[in-house]
Structure formats: structure tokens, C-alpha cells
Design a protein around this ligand. Structure first.
Ligand code: 0GY
Length: 291
């Protein structure tokens, strides 16, 4: 089975930016190895193998201390690779899983014990077949007792339709990649303003200021994304998270250098205080505080 996207960067640069002590890479994935953890038959892309050992190697090389591993669609609702990686990392990783409304209590309890602290609702139509709010609502009900949060992934054009649903959820909501703004439009465009307003009047909603490599039109060093992420960090310093997105699933234009991505951080979190909140305090509060 051949991967249909470019493999992750084989030898990223050592970042110039020195991460604060205890920094968390709060958005990354593990894929396979396919021989042990097969990819989902319904997947929309086939990744290369990117197992836990590679992820932990990268964590140490870049200077992170912890990972939050997020289930991606190529593994469907089979969270075994994710759970295996969380268990292997011990206290140094947490997970965000993908489940159905019929998930067994026992399975949820096992995942919780392994370090899973949230579920992901993926509304991106090119990645998942017909995502349904009523199904996600039932999943939200199932995880309510666990104190987990909900990570939501959608494209900017879908936000207006999603706002009532997002506001109806009682759990903390974390939105992937700033709701994927169109960075050619400017931070003053009504689409991005809608996202900022949503965060502004709902303290339950967090954002990952991640994935300049996905949002950029200009390409590296992602100058066209800086303003968007810096704006969110400036306004909501206590509700932002950052992650590498390694191994960058489904990237077709170019493969980012993960060291260069780390060097992007001081451009969007410009003070040591903002950096500390983004990289340490916020992810620790959301993923490790209960322990
Ligand atoms: C990401 C991005 C993508 C893929 C997935 O679950 C996934 O398959 O998240 C994407 O294609 O935008 O957030 O890592």
C-alpha cells in the first residue's frame, strides 16, 4: 500500500527558538505502522508509516517535553495506534480520539486510563463522509461524564452554520487551525471576524494557532499566516494551543521542516509570557491538570 502524500521531513533543522521548559506539542499524529495498525478502509488518503518512535525522537530533537496525539481520519475510529503511543509515552502524552455514539463504556474507560482526554469532531467534507451534528451530539453526551473536551475541525465557510451547534456544547471546545481562515482575505474580513467574535463571547472555546503550512498561500516562511495567529494569541492568550501537526497528513503542496515551524512560534507569540501560556500553561491545564 503506497502513501499518496509526501513523507515527513527526513532531517528537520534544529530550531533557533529555544522552547520553554515543559513545552507541549499539542497537535501531532501517529500513523501505523500499517502492518500493526492498519489504516481505515474508508480513509480519503493513505499516509506513510509515522509511528510513535519517530514522534518521540522528533519531540526530543525539537526540545518538546510532551505530546498531544490527535486521531486523524486515515485511522477512522480505530484508536489503537493512538492509545498504544499514549501508553508507551507514559505521562508524556495525552490523546484525542475519534469514537462513534455506540462506543462502549469500557472502551472509553480504557482510553481514559491510557491518557485520552478528548474526542475529535471532523466536519471537513473532503476528509469524512457526511458528518452529522446529531451523531456528534450523542457522542458529546457519552463523554460528558469523563471531563473530556471536544476538538473540532472545519473549513472557514462552514463556521456560520456550525456556531449554534458549537455554542450548545457544554464541554470545552478546541478549534483546529483557527477555523482554517482564507489568509488572502485579511484579519478584518467578516469570515475571520466571525471566528474572533465566537471566541470573544464564548470563553469555552479555544483555538489551535497551528498549521501555517496548511493555511499559507505564499508558502514558507508563512509570512501570510503570521497576522492571523498573532491576533488570536494577543486576544486570547489563555485559550490557545500550538502543535507541529507532524507528520503533516495529506499535505500535497510541500512538506514543512518541523524545526522551521518551531521558529515560527516567536513570530505569533511575541512575549515570553505569551510563549509560556501557549506552549506550557494552557496545554498543561487542559490535558494534565486532572491528574
Ligand atoms: C490535520 C489535517 C488534515 C487531516 C486530518 O484527520 C485528518 O485526516 O486532520 C487535513 O487534511 O487538513 O489537522 O492534521
Amino acid at each position: 500500500m503506497d502513501a499518496d502524500w509526501i513523507p515527513f521531513h527526513p532531517n528537520p533543522k534544529k530550531p533557533d527558538f529555544v522552547l520553554p521548559e515543559g513545552a507541549v506539542d499539542a497537535h501531532c499524529h501517529v500513523f501505523g505502522p500499517a502492518e500493526t495498525f492498519p489504516f481505515a478502509p474508508e480513509r480519503k488518503y493513505t499516509p506513510c508509516d509515522a509511528g510513535k518512535d519517530k514522534l518521540f525522537e522528533l519531540r526530543d530533537f525539537l526540545g518538546f517535553q510532551r505530546n498531544v496525539i490527535v486521531q486523524a481520519t486515515c485511522h477512522g475510529r480505530d484508536n489503537r495506534a493512538l492509545v498504544d503511543a499514549c501508553r508507551a509515552a507514559g505521562d508524556l502524552a495525552r490523546g484525542v480520539a475519534s469514537v462513534g455514539p455506540d462506543v462502549a463504556d469500557r472502551e472509553l474507560a480504557d482510553m481514559d486510563a491510557a491518557g485520552v482526554r478528548g474526542v475529535r469532531f471532523n466536519f471537513v467534507k473532503r476528509l469524512v463522509e457526511a458528518p452529522r451534528k446529531d451523531v456528534f451530539q450523542r457522542i458529546a453526551d457519552r463523554i460528558a461524564g469523563l471531563g473530556w473536551h471536544i476538538v473540532v475541525y472545519f473549513e472557514a465557510a462552514d463556521l456560520e452554520d456550525l456556531v449554534p451547534f458549537l455554542e450548545s456544547l457544554a464541554a470545552t471546545i478546541v478549534i483546529d487551525h483557527m477555523g482554517r481562515p482564507d489568509v488572502t482575505k485579511g484579519v478584518g474580513h467578516p469570515d475571520f471576524r466571525r471566528f474572533v467574535d465566537l471566541m470573544g463571547h464564548n470563553e469555552n472555546i479555544w483555538s489551535k494557532v497551528t498549521c501555517p503550512e496548511r493555511l499559507t498561500v505564499a508558502g514558507p516562511p508563512y509570512d501570510d499566516v503570521v497576522e492571523y495567529a498573532a491576533h488570536i494569541v494577543e486576544l486570547f492568550p489563555d485559550r490557545v494551543l500550538w502543535g507541529t501537526d507532524w507528520p503533516h497528513p495529506n499535505m500535497k503542496s510541500h512538506m514543512p521542516d518541523d524545526g522551521a515551524l518551531v521558529d515560527f512560534i516567536p513570530r505569533i507569540a511575541r512575549t515570553p509570557m505569551q510563549q509560556r501560556k501557549l506552549l506550557v500553561d494552557n496545554p498543561m491545564r487542559l490535558y494534565w491538570a486532572q491528574d
